[in-house]
Design a protein around this ligand. Structure first.
Ligand SMILES: Cc1ncc(COP(=O)(O)O)c(C=O)c1O
Length: 371
């Protein structure tokens, strides 16, 4: 319980090592992108097996960079689920492209490969699957569709650091994968993100584009004092800085333990909440592992459920409702039947690693006693 007598729904984890590394950076006077960013990228690969991570200053920046690198532009269509945060859709609009909402599986919250097929037109350029709550999408089917129609896959893995699909880490499967290191994510850098690129050429371009389009590694200052460069295409100010990277680097040390604790809590919920009237667990396969950023349930009379838990100091939350209702996206798509169903009943309970065993016990007890 926190100082307000409530259980935190999310956790912001800052390790002692992060504080030490931040102090090191502050004392060095080099606080912009430098050695710490490089080291954070190296450790992301060696510890987590994710491919060519390019550290940036938000998950949104990583998604936007991916669209730019995939050549998505004016009038192109990009297929995404509505069950996500608005960032996934807004970056498509930033490229003057058209978000096309596909349906989801109402028992996982993830995009339906069948619905993706139905939404493809001659204008489709990319697919953006979102691993809802940290549970991987059907990546084999999605990548088959992408290959068949020559589409780029940009995974939105903001919730899924540490998840695996058929033995491979999320971040090592598709042409692009975007992670978020925002305050309440598994590994935080304050704000930050990474774009993983399977192709070396994409990674090189991402490194360049994250800093205005200037090749920082290969451009040296002239005698006049400015780097010599020629910007060939639009770039952005999306690079991560060393202060943020220091926070992230320190938080990587105990990440496997923290992830394991989330998974343990998640599995214990699944075992204990399997047969409760009015409540359904999401479907999970044995071919993938869940990163448990969220533990989402499907609950009848959801508001009563949230109210009952709130009375006991436990926060339950939908976290994000479908995004297509926003005017900027043109309003609710009536054909998304799985999405409509999920939107009515989904709600998440706390699953973060700082929950004490007695808090997990209390959450289960209060749910079991009805709402
Ligand atoms: C599914 C999803 N995609 C993208 C983002 C954006 O990440 P960031 O806040 O790091 O820009 C979020 C943020 O929570 C998210 O939940």
């Amino acid at each position: 319980m926190n100082i307000w007598g409530k259980m935190d729904f999310f956790n912001t984890h800052i390790s002692n090592r992060s504080a030490e590394l931040v102090a090191q950076v502050l004392n060095s006077t080099w606080i912009s992108e430098g050695k710490m960013v490089k080291e954070f990228e190296t450790q992301l690969t060696t510890r987590l097996g994710i491919v060519n991570p390019v550290a940036v200053n938000s998950g949104t920046a990583a998604l936007h960079l991916a669209l730019a690198l995939a050549g998505v532009g004016s009038g192109d269509e990009v297929i995404l689920p509505a069950q996500t945060f608005v960032a996934t859709g807004l970056v498509i609009l930033m490229q003057k492209a058209i978000p096309v909402f596909a349906d989801i599986d109402p028992y996982t919250g993830n995009i339906s490969p069948q619905s993706i097929r139905e939404k493809i037109t001659v204008h489709t350029k990319a697919i953006m699957p979102v691993h809802w709550g940290g549970y991987p999408c059907d990546m084999d089917e999605i990548s088959r569709i992408a290959d068949q129609y020559n589409l780029a896959v940009i995974e939105d893995a903001a919730h899924a650091l540490g998840a695996t699909y058929k033995g491979k880490p999320i971040g090592a499967l598709s042409r692009f994968t975007a992670f978020s290191f925002q305050a309440i994510k598994h590994v935080t850098t304050g704000d930050g993100g990474a774009l993983c690129c399977l192709k070396e050429r994409d990674a090189h371009l991402a490194f360049t584009k994250r800093w205005f389009g200037i090749d920082r590694t290969n451009s040296q200052p002239s005698i006049l004092g400015e780097r010599v460069y020629d910007i060939e295409a639009v770039g952005y100010k999306y690079h991560m800085n060393d202060l943020a990277a220091a926070v992230g680097l320190g938080n990587l040390d105990d990440f496997p333990l923290r992830l394991a604790r989330r998974q343990q809590i998640g599995e214990s919920y699944r075992a204990q909440l399997a047969d409760i009237p009015g409540l359904q667990l999401l479907r999970q396969g044995t071919d993938r592992t869940h990163a448990y950023w969220l533990f989402t349930l499907l609950v009848e009379r959801r508001e009563d459920f949230i109210r009952k838990l709130a009375e006991k100091g436990i926060t339950a939350s939908v976290v994000h409702l479908r995004i297509d209702h926003n005017s900027v996206f043109g309003g609710i798509r009536e054909d998304l039947l799985g999405q409509a169903e999920f939107n009515q009943v989904q709600v998440a309970i706390p699953v973060h690693e700082r929950l004490k065993p007695e808090e997990v016990y209390m959450i289960v007890r209060e749910i079991k006693s009805g709402w």
